[in-house]
Design a protein around this ligand. Sequence first.
Ligand code: 13P
Length: 232
Amino acid sequence: MIVALNNKCNLNKNEFISYLKELENINTNHEMILCPSFLNIALFNNESNIKLAAQNVSENLNGAHTGEVSAEQLKSFDVEYCIIGHSERRKDQKEANEEIANKMERLIEEGIIPILCVGETKEERENSKEKEIIKQELEIAFSKINYEDTKKVIIAYEPIWSIGTGIIPTNEQINDIFKFIKDNYPENKVLYGGSANENNIETLKECKDIDGYLLGGLSLKPSKLSEFVNKM
Ligand code: 13P
């Protein structure tokens, strides 16, 4: 299974260097994908089997785009995966589905595997709009790449009301969404993200469609992360 670690905007230079050593000591056969911040990507020194990912990419090619980081630049740092469409960026940077589609295209061009985040807000869930939202997020994100390339994409279902809240959906809710995604995209790996931790993994792992996890808070705590992967 996949264990993707989204550090978000955390860990300064020295913290990241010691964190990486602790991470390398975690003994697991699961596929670990580390998503550090851009600066820490430059510090990543792969002594283990951990794969390198970015948390974002520019929708543009190299050029006059101040403050942006291109897919080509990521590739030159051996980045193999990249998160796109994270709900925090959709909200804080006002990223729209169309921009995410451009990012998807840039990544595919460079042979970087996109990890596409989708998921509904609490309000959308309360109004039974979750599938409509997820369908739209997926369709637009995939609109600029060909069918063969869509199969390479890792989809991460992250209900926004679950991120950082300590609340996870019921297994019934997870199974319902995973079935919906997999009915439409049967070839794609699908991850679960949102408050997954070493305590609730026993419950989450009963959901047989989950191909792995996208971890935020837990990614920063190597000893608890180790417990989590052992229980997986
Ligand atoms: P938490 O695990 O902290 O809820 O974050 C999930 C997430 O947003 C991963 O991308």
